[in-house]
Ligand binder design. Sequence first.
Ligand SMILES: O=c1ccn([C@@H]2O[C@H](COP(=O)(O)OP(=O)(O)O[C@H]3OC[C@@H](O)[C@H](O)[C@H]3O)[C@@H](O)[C@H]2O)c(=O)[nH]1
Length: 321
Amino acid sequence: MARGDSVIVADNFFTGSKENLIQHFGNPRFELIRHDVVEPILLEVDQIYHLACPASPLCYMYYVRDATLIRGTRFHKTNVMGTLNMPGLAKRVGARFLLTSTSEVYGDPLQHPQAETYWGNVNLIGIRSCYDEGKCTAETLTMDYHRGLNIEVRIARIFNTYGPRMCIDDGHVVSNFVAQARVVYSYLSQVLSNSLTNFRCHVIMQALRKEPLTVYGDGKQTRSFQYVSDLFGGAGGGLDEVDGREHLGPFNLGNPGEFTMLELAEVVQETIDHNAQIEFRPNTEDDPHKRKPDITKAKELLGWEPRVSLREGLPLMVFDF
Ligand SMILES: O=c1ccn([C@@H]2O[C@H](COP(=O)(O)OP(=O)(O)O[C@H]3OC[C@@H](O)[C@H](O)[C@H]3O)[C@@H](O)[C@H]2O)c(=O)[nH]1
């Protein structure tokens, strides 16, 4: 991002972690505008990151506040009307535009790993389709704005991402497992040794929730888990790229390391809580059987690849939780 550029990050105020916002309060260059992306807005800005839309299956399958609302309607409004308004603003002020799409556009994939050229296998009338199809439409609109109005756009297809400042109860498997494990919860003392750079932490293990890890279905379904700082490099780098007009995307941004949910539970046991138990629960409808990004395109065109392995990244969440 060029120095002095102004940026809009359209994000989820209600379902995201408020700490993500609160950390910026007091910065004179930060301004929080509470606004529904479904409504047009006029601002002077150089770059737009369109992140709006809750991303947890728990949210998009069950998150209905008002019983009179049709499930999924708010996802369509956010993805469709929001993705008319944000590139519309980009057109008006000449801003670059980034859409954060999702691996969900591949549905329950018949191609493995999934490359960007794969058109996907989404159940159009399924319980997840409000999110999957909403994001597909958002991609279509983004490319139409680019082709029709010459807006500079990028599309990032984000795979399952975890890390500090996730909502502890947002329903993703990683946040669930880490919250359920008996995690390092309080430091009794931090003892500085002779050198300032070396310190030892005496840590007392306490239970955060002392619940079993809930594995849905038989736990053989796979996912690829990406640590959050890796994602920022990819998404931010994509928008900053100097001659980005050639490299619009979509780009898969994910960690190609593939784990079954049982393997994930084992990693949680190894790295966080050796005593964690596993409890099997019925799976949700239309749960994709496997997911693994082919990241050749992002590697070649953006020079991007993830660096943080699951075993390194998981313990980093513990301190935050
Ligand atoms: O407690 C849990 C939660 C989930 N799961 C399983 O873990 C797997 C991953 O589920 P998650 O809820 O983390 O999310 P998914 O990978 O299915 O979808 C995600 O993919 C990409 C993103 O764009 C979205 O954030 C989200 O849709 C699923 O198979 C699910 O059934 C469990 O086994 N136990």
